[in-house]
Design a binder for this molecule. Structure first.
Ligand code: ADP
Length: 588
């Protein structure tokens, strides 16, 4: 640390501190503010005056107190031990800061490293002495948790010949390998690396994402699919199901690593998540979900600036696992809190406000964040590929989607899962509106669904979507002139659309069987409904056809119950298909 005695606070405004005598400071440099050593970051520099956003409570801090520059930018520590951790916005482990503060209220100026310095990890080398390595090449592995093997990569900017590498039980600060560079310089490599959070991590190139991120939620996977490496947005008013949806994704989506950034809406909401999440088990392996998860928590008693940093801390950790060759999903709930933090800081900087008081750079910051998603070819000579999917919840005040945070997010995300207060009120869950939602990734996953699941997957999906759209149009007519005015064909559309809504789209996140549906089962379920539609289309034109008979067929309740058929009893779907044919032809 370079202490320049002339650096002094001249103004304190909430999380923003202005200091002069800072001409040697750099943008985004980390500083320690006041005798309390609060952690801050330089966010504006003007003629030796620095505006500093402070990640801790600034009450009691005043003009005249010192500011010390650290010469470092705000960085995260990367290495084994990230998984299962719960951090605050600047990667301080919550349990450590709580222990150091000796209470759940966080004391200030506490220096707690992101990764445990004492814990030993069994390092297993992959390369040998004499091998040449380049940046990104995997040097060795550590079994980080029962679910994830942590790959120790050659740090960015380093390359050369391995002159020493040893297996053994090591802490993250012990040297595990020595690389000799081109000019004979020796690089000692440890399992601990640092990365500045505002810079995206390096990769070789982006590729077109083509594999679906299977979430097990039928409305998402079948109607509005996400890809591994995609970016999506879940806007929804308070109580519509953002948190339940994000948590379902965290539980069931087929990414290998999850980074969950929580910015609590109400006082204790984040605390609930923090208590519940560590209890959850992976439905496939029975292992605790935390074994593949890193959580960043902003409880409401944490300062706004930490919220601003938390999305960068989270996404940098997510990129690090992506670089190992994993499919990573980052969930941020809710990004509106992040935007509000930006607005508050910007206001205190007295910047020219943009729309609704948000800073003019809201759009570019949002874009920069979501652009860090992607399906990539990793650094290194091995041709590894990894992906980072970013899904952000947005909470527009009053559900008004025209507000700036939603609009800016929509511009840069390609899947839009719009939660609808009306559906939530009717207790139709997930309350995702099937008319206004969309996914531009449909063409990306088409080939996969056709090849891996069923040749006619897309055709059936198109028919199903078409019926829902027809229903929306017909509803208007029904409202005006009643059901009687509809033709029998239209009546059938209304009937089948109802089946699609109630038997396919409706899904209870709290029911163990219903909460997750494989793609194979999603296909079989929608096929039942569409078979019903097709068979029924052949009989409804008979004179005096009685619709009630169609509604009363026993196969109707079999279709309703089909979502509860266990994944290993798919044969039951064949039986129902047969019953549909038989029972409907009996109406002839
Ligand atoms: P938000 O985060 O948008 O304020 P929540 O995610 O907390 O809303 O959801 C509010 C309530 O709606 C939940 O407590 C739950 O009762 C219900 N809910 C939301 N989604 C589902 C779902 N998929 N299945 C069952 N219930 C749901």
């Amino acid at each position: 640390m370079s202490e320049s005695s002339s650096s002094k606070i001249i103004k304190v405004s909430g999380p923003l501190v202005v200091a002069d005598g800072m001409k040697d400071a750099k943008m985004y440099e980390v500083v320690r503010v006041s005798d309390k050593q609060l952690i801050g970051e330089v966010i504006r520099l003007e003629k030796g005056k620095a505006s500093i956003q402070v990640y801790e409570d600034t009450s009691g801090v005043g003009p005249g107190e010192p500011v010390v520059a650290t010469g470092e930018t705000l960085s995260v520590e990367l290495g084994p031990g990230l998984l299962e951790s719960i951090y605050d916005g600047i990667q301080r482990p919550l349990k450590d800061i709580e222990a150091a503060s000796k209470s759940p209220f966080i004391a200030r100026g506490i220096d707690t490293p992101g990764l445990d310095r004492k814990k030993k990890w069994a390092f297993k080398p992959i390369v040998k002495v004499g091998n040449k390595v380049q940046e990104g090449d995997v040097l060795g592995e550590v079994k980080e948790t029962t679910l994830i093997t942590h790959r120790i990569m050659t740090p960015v900017g380093k390359s050369g010949k391995i002159i020493k590498i040893e297996s053994g039980s090591k802490t993250i600060e012990e040297v595990i390998a020595v690389i000799e560079g081109k000019n004979g310089e020796k690089h000692e490599i440890t399992m601990l690396q640092k990365w500045s959070i505002r810079n995206p991590r390096k990769y070789k190139g982006k590729k077109m994402p083509k594999t679906p991120l299977v979430t097990g939620m039928r409305i998402l996977d079948t109607l509005f699919p996400m890809v591994k490496g995609g970016a999506g947005c879940i806007p929804g008013p308070f109580g519509a199901g953002k948190t339940v949806t994000q948590q379902s994704l965290a539980k069931y989506c087929n990414a290998e690593v999850i980074v969950y950034i929580g910015c609590g809406e109400r006082g204790n909401e984040m605390t609930d998540v923090l208590q519940e999440f560590p209890e959850l088990k992976d439905p496939n392996t029975g292992e605790p979900l935390m074994k593949r998860t890193v959580m960043i928590a902003n409880t409401s008693n944490m300062p706004v600036a930490a919220r601003e940093a938390s999305v960068y801390t989270g996404i940098t950790i997510a990129e690090y696992y992506r670089d190992m060759g994993y499919n990573v999903t980052l969930l941020a709930d809710s990004t509106s809190r992040w935007a509000e933090a930006m607005r508050e800081i910007s206001g205190r900087l007295e910047e020219m406000p943009g729309e609704e008081g948000y800073p003019a750079y809201l759009g570019s910051r949002t874009a920069q964040f979501y652009e860090r998603a992607g399906y990539i070819e990793c650094l290194g000579s091995e041709g590894r590929e990894g992906s980072l999917t970013v899904i952000g919840a947005v909470s527009p005040p009053g559900g008004d989607l025209s507000e700036p945070v939603t609009q800016n997010t929509l511009r840069v995300t390609k899947a839009f899962w719009g939660l609808d207060a009306k559906l939530a009120y009717r207790r139709h869950f997930p309350a995702i509106n099937w008319i206004s939602s969309y996914s531009l990734y449909l063409p990306n996953v088409q080939d996969y669904l056709k090849k891996e699941i069923a040749e006619d997957y897309m055709d059936i999906r198109t028919t199903m979507m078409g019926l829902l759209q027809e229903e929306a149009k017909l509803e208007e007519i029904v409202r005006l002139v009643g059901m009687e005015s509809l033709s029998s064909k239209e009546k059938l559309i209304m009937e089948v659309a109802k089946m699609i809504r109630e038997d396919f789209l409706f899904q209870n996140a709290f029911d163990a069987t219903d909460a997750y549906t494989s793609l194979q089962k999603q296909y079989r379920l929608m096929k039942l409904i569409i078979s019903f539609y097709k068979e029924a289309s052949g009989v409804i034109d008979q004179e005096d056809f009685d619709f009630v008979k169609l509604q009363e067929l026993s196969v109707r309740s079999d279709i309703t119950q089909a979502s509860f058929i266990p994944e290993n009893e798919m044969k039951k779907f064949d039986d129902i298909e047969n019953d549909i044919k038989e029972q409907i032809s009996s109406l002839r």
